[in-house]
Unconditional design. Structure first.
Length: 341
């Protein structure tokens, strides 16, 4: 693994960003530019790169990579009330898909699930399929269709003002890759050229075919020697030898790797990056990944720069931490930026 830069400690300076320029009560209308699948292969999932034109609205030029925007789906809920806003992470750099901030994008996954009764008042034998209200609405949209939007939302999950003074470890699962697509584009493809920082992206997916924007990240790896792309595939048997190597036909029979397991297994390579005072860790995706990453860092004495322990975390060994303990007792530092759901 390529080494990190110098060991000079630099403060993490974030930009003052605009938030809630467009309120939920008064959304603006954007128009779909394109809505195409962004999976690596044939998958049981349906995930699209949704591109939206917001030109002529207050949202044009208002975003910074890492922020989110709100989508208000049409119709009413089961109580007859208008659907509430849903938030989606930007998948584009601050200058948008068009270079001028007029066209934004996000990563949209269809939700298809089975109903499970949650209370004794619900029908105990009901197990029908249901579709996510907003995600399926968005995936159905065609070029030219209108969509109601608000935002921006979020002020902390962003790149520092001077990204060149830091190195980066991006950890993502599923559609949590969206902000990293925008951030990596900003870091490596800006008008001023690529930053010299060391950048590592670990992308977690259930199957290889579920990897999102895989071709893009492979191309960036080939062009930029300071960018490293790693994939953690959890539901495929682990390849023999170098985990994740494509083309490997022999397998160990062991289950695959989650994001935190890949980092831990290769800690002899990642430890210098994590221990460097230049490094920022970004975590985006399922909340469970954050808890597992925090436990892993603590087990190896690498947590002190990334989160402060309080409560039970001060008394118990990391392997005994519950998710609730971490939720209550781990406070991320300025060098750890988290966006989970």
């Amino acid at each position: 693994m390529k080494g990190a830069g110098d060991n000079t400690t630099r403060p993490v300076v974030l930009a003052d960003v605009q938030i809630k320029r467009v309120r939920t009560a008064s959304p603006v209308v954007g128009h779909i530019v394109s809505n195409e699948l962004c999976l690596y292969g044939k998958s049981a999932s349906f995930v699209k790169h949704t591109v939206i034109d917001v030109s002529g609205t207050p949202l044009a030029g208002a975003f910074r990579a890492g922020q989110s925007f709100g989508v208000i789906p049409p119709g009413v809920d089961e109580h007859g009330k208008p659907h509430k806003v849903r938030l989606y992470s930007l998948a584009c750099p601050s200058w948008g898909e068009d270079g001028k901030g007029n066209v934004i994008s996000t990563t949209t996954k269809r939700l298809i699930d089975e109903f499970i009764p949650q209370t004794v008042n619900e029908r105990s034998r009901a197990h029908h399929l249901f579709l996510g209200v907003c995600s399926n609405y968005m995936c159905d949209l065609l070029p030219g269709d209108e969509i109601r939007l608000c935002g921006p939302v979020g002020s902390r999950f962003q790149l520092p003002v001077d990204p060149s003074v830091h190195d980066y470890l991006f950890l993502a699962t599923g559609t949590g890759i969206a902000p990293f697509r925008g951030m990596l584009t900003e870091l490596l493809c800006g008008k001023a050229g690529a930053v010299p920082s060391q950048i590592h992206l670990v992308m977690g997916a259930a199957y290889t075919t579920d990897l999102l924007y895989h071709d893009l990240f492979q191309k960036l790896t080939a062009v930029h020697p300071n960018f490293n792309y790693h994939t953690a595939i959890s539901r495929e048997p682990r390849p023999q030898g170098q985990e994740g190597d494509e083309g490997e036909t022999r397998h160990t029979g062991r289950r695959g790797l989650y994001v935190h397991q890949l980092v831990e297994q290769r800690l002899d390579e990642f430890s210098a990056l994590i221990a460097s005072p230049r490094t920022l860790i970004y975590v985006c995706g399922l909340a469970g990944m954050q808890w597992d990453v925090f436990r892993m860092l603590a087990r190896h004495g690498l947590s002190q720069d990334y989160f402060i322990r309080t409560g039970a975390l001060e008394k118990l060994a990391p392997e005994d931490w519950t998710d609730a303990d971490i939720r209550r007792g781990a406070r991320p530092t300025d060098r750890c930026l988290v966006e989970v759901y």
